[in-house]
Design a binder for this molecule. Structure first.
Ligand code: SF4
Length: 366
């Protein structure tokens, strides 16, 4: 099933190539080697060029280059209950109207903060092997109105495979739109100079049935002439683009950085859709997660610097019970609201928890 985009450069870098930039002792380098044996490092020349190597805390570097913090094993791998929503290998059905397809375990870059760290770049039995079965499941469930194709990053797949997804899914009457969850515009924008791929998007994007790319810009420095061109190519091909940023410690946990990111998204034609609370993923939580209390302050302060479009997003915790909007703080409590719910009776339900300045996830509150 897995056929990668033919021009995807082989960017699985051996660590020793970065040794001179990383300023690590021999012992630290040996430990990093162990980390990348567990979670591989893939970063290409383009994304490497965005790193400021003179800044030991460079936010772009944090997302691309492994750190010794990954040795901390706090957290767990499946934070959103994906296993229990799996209806067949590679297909999850959690919310009635949406089906999620895990189309590949490969990406153009293996982000160190990835919430699917359990499968990104690793052999996995969670990846779709028979698309026909997934298409049949979707055809038989009329409550499904959209399909999210994710992974991994589905835009590393071959154009032939992407066309197969589009052709089959667009023909299902009750499907209203298709989404690709992809960080390609950010990590390998040159992929979106491929005229054949753009022609495919143009061919299958209909006025009454749209294709969306849901991407993940996390820092204003990821907005470059190349990524702007990639977004423009998508828009010109009839694809609508939304952004799901992740609130990441030492990357964008600063109201100024976050508001700049959100405003620049709108400027280049990308609508901010969600800002995700960083999940408590093993080898991620310890160094990337910000407490929710602090997250609210960052998000709300960032919003004071935003126009209406750039603050249309919701600050969301993607919990195993549903997508929970983090509403804010009032009289000693933090308020939440079910934006999406695994159990429909919870949809729209507002609830509160006593303030904790440390809690990073719903289960951390008393
Ligand atoms: S591109 Fe997406 S799936 Fe791949 S490593 Fe990054 S965040 Fe994870």
């Amino acid at each position: 099933m897995l056929v990668e985009y033919k021009k995807l450069e082989d960017s699985l870098l051996p660590l020793h190539k970065l040794k001179d930039y990383l300023h690590l002792s021999f012992g630290e380098l040996e430990q990093l080697k162990k980390i990348v044996q567990i979670h591989p490092m893939r970063v290409n020349a383009y994304y490497l060029s965005l790193i400021n190597w003179n800044d030991p805390k460079d936010p772009i570097k944090q997302m691309a280059i492994p750190s010794l913090d990954e040795l901390n094993l706090e957290g767990f791998y499946d934070t959103s209950g994906e296993a229990e929503n799996t209806k067949m290998v590679g297909l999850q059905h959690k919310y009635a109207e949406t089906v999620l397809i895990l189309a590949t375990n490969r990406c153009a870059m293996y982000c160190r903060h990835c919430f699917r760290k359990r499968l990104a770049g690793l052999p996995s039995e969670e990846i779709l092997s028979r698309f026909e079965d997934a298409a049949e499941y979707i055809s038989n469930h009329e409550e499904i109105n959209n399909v999210l194709i994710s992974g991994g990053d589905p835009l590393v797949l071959s154009n032939e495979l992407i066309e197969r997804f589009l052709k089959t899914l667009m023909e299902i009457d009750h499907i209203d739109f298709i989404r690709f969850g992809s960080r390609i515009p950010v990590t390998l924008p040159s992929r979106l100079n491929d005229l054949d791929l753009l022609a495919l998007f143009k061919k299958y994007s209909r006025l009454d049935k749209r294709i969306y790319v849901i991407t993940q810009f996390n820092h204003p420095r990821e907005i470059t002439p190349q990524s702007i061109c990639a977004i423009n190519n998508l828009l010109k091909s009839g694809v609508l683009v939304n952004n799901q940023a992740v609130l990441l410690r030492n990357v964008n946990d600063d109201p100024f950085v976050l508001s700049k990111l959100l405003k620049e998204m709108v400027r280049i034609g990308v609508l901010p859709y969600y800002v995700f609370q960083c999940r408590p993923v093993k080898r991620v939580k310890y160094h990337f997660q910000t407490p929710i209390f602090k997250g609210i302050q960052i998000v709300e302060t960032a919003k004071t610097n935003c126009d209406g479009l750039s603050k249309r997003f919701k600050y969301i915790m993607s919990h195993k019970t549903g997508k929970i909007e983090i509403l804010g703080i009032m009289k000693g409590d933090i308020y939440f609201k079910y934006h999406q719910a695994k159990e429909r009776k919870n949809l729209g339900r507002i609830f509160k928890r006593k303030i904790s300045k440390k809690a990073g996830w719903l289960d951390d509150f008393q």
